[in-house]
Design a protein around this ligand. Structure first.
Ligand SMILES: *[C@@H]1O[C@H](CO)[C@@H](O)[C@H](O)[C@H]1NC(C)=O
Ligand SMILES: *[C@@H]1O[C@H](CO)[C@@H](O)[C@H](O)[C@H]1NC(C)=O
Length: 465
């Protein structure tokens, strides 16, 4: 009897394990797909989490990443809509950790400054910040992030990892619980008055003219709620899906570049002949409202900067990152040709992935390989447009591109490579999920927000741009 029950139990356990395994890792034509969960993030109404999770679960070994998508889910695994938990940004950073360093898994200590950690950053171009490989914000669910064959983002190459170190990944997640918020857009735009914040995370006074942005919505800050609003704290997770293939020489590695419209770089450094490499990226900026007598449609905040690409190549993928109020962004070459133009999609409903007033996706560029080429040392122009029908604080204007060394111009070698991975593309659209690391992908939400009727029920009022 006992034996029977036991083997029955074993069968059930095996079955369940098989089920689990299936949902967690799948393999199709050499492309592996795995779904991971971040450590728990606990949020109450109006509260903010800005977490740094070191040594997250990630594919190991010498592989090529083909896709990386993510979203916020609750305890039951349900997608959480942006009007409840606003995903300001998530960012995945590659780093090397000295072997034997005693850092517990998922530790939240900011250890990156210690000598035991070396950031293995992207190819550029900001001096500080925007070092990530992948990252997005509110647009994460509906922005394509797959990488077409024969390309991939190479990681875990033993020849690149310094002696005595191992490669690891950290995840930074910034989320704002806006259930019951007195002003939902203001909370997502990190308006300092709504957070009642006058000093930054390190207790340094903020400049008097700093009215909103990341310095006002750091970890554990609290946004103003409607009077009497109560809601239980709840557990949330980043659920991220990674697709990859084992490394092989037929894969063409991509370099990641992130441009920022707040970069103060200037070409002329008169004292030296060499190009300036001083890219001071501020990451966020404020869009001031246009004059009240202006036609709202004509109220556009237009920003444009230039940067020089030291090393060019073929653009394989491009996407911009903007917050609520964003109406489009584009990257141009020196001669004015469009390298990539990326525009936001705003949601129109209530459900996760279609939240009205929020940017739920950014359009992407997948130029035919070789058709969009950046020359070595070419000057690029980045444009970011926002509606200035009302003021927006803490907005962003980033452009993320993936660049390959031009392939040898023989069709046959490329076709051969395509055949090896031929089947991957089919399934990629299923993972409409996310995006790539548009810089610190932050996203911000609403454009306009009507006062809710009852302070107790947190109705979701759609937003008007
Ligand atoms: C805002 O902060 C100040 C100083 O920290 C505190 O005295 C005041 O009560 C706070 N106001 C609200 C509305 O929380
Ligand atoms: C940005 O706005 C300017 C001025 O309104 C317009 O000429 C340009 O086409 C816009 N560009 C993008 C990428 O939206």
């Amino acid at each position: 009897m006992l034996g029977g029950a036991q083997s029955c139990l074993t069968l059930i356990v095996t079955f369940l394990l098989a089920l689990c395994f299936k949902s967690l890792e799948a393999r199709e034509n050499g492309v592996r797909t795995k779904v991971f969960l971040s450590p728990k993030i606990v949020l109450g109404a109006g509260s903010v989490a800005n977490k740094w999770f070191y040594d997250i679960d990630f594919p190991r070994g010498h592989v090529a990443i083909k896709d990386f998508s993510a979203e916020v889910v609750d305890d039951a695994g349900n997608s959480v809509p942006l009007h409840e938990t606003y995903l300001h940004h998530w960012v995945a950073v590659r780093y090397y950790e000295r072997k034997g360093t005693d850092v517990s898994k998922h530790s939240q200590s900011p250890g990156l400054h210690q000598a035991n950690f070396l950031v293995a950053r992207n190819a550029g171009i900001c001096n500080h910040g925007l070092i990530q490989y992948f990252g997005l914000g509110s647009e994460t669910r509906k922005t394509a992030t797959y990488i077409p064959d024969p390309y991939g983002i190479e990681i875990g190459n033993p020849a690149e990892i310094p002696d005595g170190y191992e490669e690891k990944w950290l995840l930074n997640v910034h989320a704002i619980d806006t259930r019951g918020a007195a002003q939902r857009l203001g909370c997502t735009e990190c308006r300092c008055d709504l957070y009642n914040v006058t000093v930054d995370e390190y207790n340094q006074p903020l400049k008097p003219d700093y009215i909103g942005g990341l310095y006002c919505c750091y970890d554990k800050t609290q946004c103003l709620l409607k009077q009497g609003f109560e809601s239980p704290r709840r557990n949330l997770y980043m659920r991220y899906t990674v697709k990859w293939v084992d490394w092989r020489n037929s894969i063409s590695p991509l370099k990641i570049y992130i441009f920022d419209v707040t970069d103060t770089w200037e070409k002329s450094d008169k004292s030296k002949k060499a190009l300036s490499t001083n890219h001071h990226c501020h990451i966020e900026y404020t869009v001031e409202a246009c004059a009240t007598d202006m036609n709202k449609e004509a109220c556009v905040d237009y920003r444009r900067i230039s940067v020089v690409m030291p090393t060019g190549g073929d653009v394989i993928y491009g996407v911009a990152h903007q917050h609520t109020g964003g109406i489009g962004s584009a990257l141009y070459g020196e001669d004015g040709r469009v390298i990539c133009s990326s525009t936001p999609t705003y949601g129109e409903g209530k459900e996760a992935g279609n939240e009205a007033g929020y940017i739920v996706g950014m359009s992407t560029c997948y130029p035919k390989p070789g058709s969009v080429r950046i020359a070595d040392g070419e000057t690029l122009y980045l444009v970011s447009n926002y509606s200035s029908a009302q003021r927006h604080t803490g907005v962003m204007g980033l452009f993320y591109i993936l660049v390959a060394e031009p392939l040898p111009n023989t069709k046959s070698s490329m076709q051969a490579a395509v055949e090896i991975h031929g089947e991957t593309e089919k399934s990629t659209f299923v993972w409409v999920g996310v995006l790539f690391g548009v810089g610190i992908a932050m996203a911000i939400v609403f454009v306009g927000y009507r006062k809710l009727r009852s302070p107790r029920e947190d109705e979701y009022a759609p937003i008007v741009i």
